[in-house]
Design a protein around this ligand. Structure first.
Ligand SMILES: NC(=O)c1ccc[n+]([C@@H]2O[C@H](COP(=O)([O-])OP(=O)(O)OC[C@H]3O[C@@H](n4cnc5c(N)ncnc54)[C@H](OP(=O)(O)O)[C@@H]3O)[C@@H](O)[C@H]2O)c1
Length: 326
C-alpha cells in the first residue's frame, strides 16, 4: 500500500488509516449504537492484513472503550502506529466537555497509555480547540510530553487557520486532522494551502460522511437506526432538509461508479485523496468486509474528467442548499 510522509514528522502512513470512533459502540451522546467487540478486533486485524499501518482513535470514542479495543487488537503489533487525542473529557453522567489544562491532559495521556498498552503514542492530537483560550497551554504541554517520551509527535484536529497560526508560531505542528468529504469542503478555502506551505501533514476524517457516502442509506434506513446512533438525530447531512439533496447527489453519482467498476465508498474516499496535500484518509469501519472494500480506494484514482463531472454535481448541490436551506 502506498505510504506518505506525514508533514515534517518521521511517520510514514498508509494512504488509508483505520478510524475507530464507531468501535466505541453506543450508550453516550456521540455513540454509534451497539457494536460487537470481537467484530471490532477482527476489523482491526483485517485492516492490518490489508496493509494499513496506522490506527486513529481517541479517549472519547466509547468513553475509553475504543482505545481499550485498539490496545487489545494491537497486542503483539508494536510496529503499528497509533494516533490518539486529548482534550475531550467526560463526567460520571457520561457528559462530554472540552478541557485543555495541563493537569487534565496529564491524566488523559496516562489513561490512554494504559488502555492502549503502550509506552508511547506515535501521534497525539488536540481533539478540538475547546476552549480556544487554552490551546497554547495544551500545545506547550504536548512539547513537554514529547521530551518525556510519552508521545512521539504532536498534531491538532478541527483547528481553523487562525488557530493553526497561533500554534505554529510556538512549535511546528506535525499534522492537522480536519473533516473532508464531498459534503464537507471548508478545508479547501485556505487551510489546505496553509498546511502545504508549512509542511503540516493532513489526515482527513469522515471521507464517507460517516457512512452516508457509501450510498447504502435510504430515508427508511436512517429512521431505523438505533436511537443511540448519533447519526439519527445529530448529523445534519442525515437530516432533512439536507438529506433529500444528498440522496439526489448520490443518485447522480451512480452512473460514474457503474462505468468504472468501483463502489460508491471507494469513489468517495478516492475523491479526498485526489488532493496531493492530503497525506491520508481516516476511514471508519465496524466489520472486516467494510475495510476490505475501502482499503483499495487509493488505487481507484479518478480521471480529470471524472473529477470535473463530480465538481459540477457538487456545485449544483451547493446551489440547491443555498436556495432551499440557507
Ligand atoms: N477528529 C475528529 O473530530 C473526528 C471526527 C470524526 C471522525 N474522526 C475519525 O475519522 C474516522 C472516520 O470517520 P467516521 O467514522 O465518521 O466515518 P467514515 O469513515 O466517513 O464512515 C465510516 C462508517 O461508514 C460505514 N461503512 C464503512 N465502510 C463501509 C462499507 N464498505 N460499506 C458500507 N458501510 C460502510 C460504517 O458505519 P455503519 O456500518 O454503521 O453504517 C462506518 O463506521 C473516525 O473513526 C475517527 O477515527 C475524527
Amino acid at each position: 500500500m502506498q505510504k506518505k510522509r506525514l508533514g515534517n514528522t518521521e511517520l510514514y502512513l498508509s494512504n488509508i488509516g483505520l478510524g475507530t470512533w464507531a468501535l466505541g459502540g453506543g450508550g453516550y451522546a456521540y455513540g454509534w449504537g451497539s457494536q460487537d467487540d470481537k467484530e471490532s478486533v477482527s476489523t482491526i486485524w483485517q485492516a492490518l492484513d490489508s496493509g494499513i499501518n496506522w490506527i486513529d482513535t481517541a479517549p472519547v470514542y466509547g468513553l475509553g472503550h475504543a482505545e481499550k479495543i485498539v490496545g487489545k487488537a494491537l497486542k503483539g503489533h508494536k510496529e503499528v502506529l497509533i494516533a490518539s487525542k486529548c482534550g475531550l473529557i467526560w463526567n460520571e453522567k457520561r457528559k462530554i466537555s472540552g478541557c485543555l489544562k495541563r493537569v487534565s491532559i496529564r491524566r488523559e495521556i496516562e489513561a490512554s497509555l494504559r488502555r492502549l498498552k503502550r509506552d508511547t503514542i506515535d501521534l497525539y492530537q488536540i481533539h478540538w480547540p475547546d476552549p480556544d483560550e487554552d490551546i497554547e497551554e495544551a500545545w506547550s504541554f504536548m512539547m513537554d510530553l514529547i521530551k518525556e517520551g510519552k508521545i512521539r509527535y504532536a498534531g491538532v484536529s478541527n483547528f481553523d487557520l487562525n488557530q493553526l497560526k497561533r500554534l505554529q508560531s510556538i512549535y511546528a505542528i506535525g499534522s492537522l486532522q480536519p473533516p473532508y468529504s464531498m459534503l464537507m469542503r471548508d478545508l479547501e478555502k485556505e487551510v489546505l494551502d496553509y498546511c502545504a506551505d508549512n509542511h503540516i501533514g493532513l489526515i482527513v476524517y469522515s471521507p464517507l460522511e460517516s457512512g452516508l457516502l457509501t450510498g447504502k442509506f435510504t430515508k427508511d434506513k436512517i429512521a431505523n437506526l438505533p436511537n443511540d446512533d448519533w447519526r439519527k438525530k445529530k448529523n445534519s447531512h442525515f437530516q432533512e432538509p439536507e438529506l433529500s439533496i444528498n440522496l439526489k447527489l448520490l443518485e447522480n453519482l451512480r452512473p460514474l461508479i457503474k462505468k468504472n467498476g468501483r463502489t460508491m465508498a471507494q469513489m468517495a474516499i478516492a475523491w479526498t485523496l485526489r488532493r496531493s496535500e492530503v497525506t491520508a484518509a481516516i476511514v471508519g469501519a465496524r466489520h472486516p468486509a467494510q475495510i476490505k472494500e475501502t482499503v483499495v480506494a487509493g488505487e481507484k484514482v479518478l480521471s480529470p474528467e471524472e473529477i470535473d463531472y463530480i465538481e459540477t454535481l457538487l456545485k449544483e448541490r451547493a446551489k440547491t442548499i443555498k436556495k432551499e436551506i440557507i
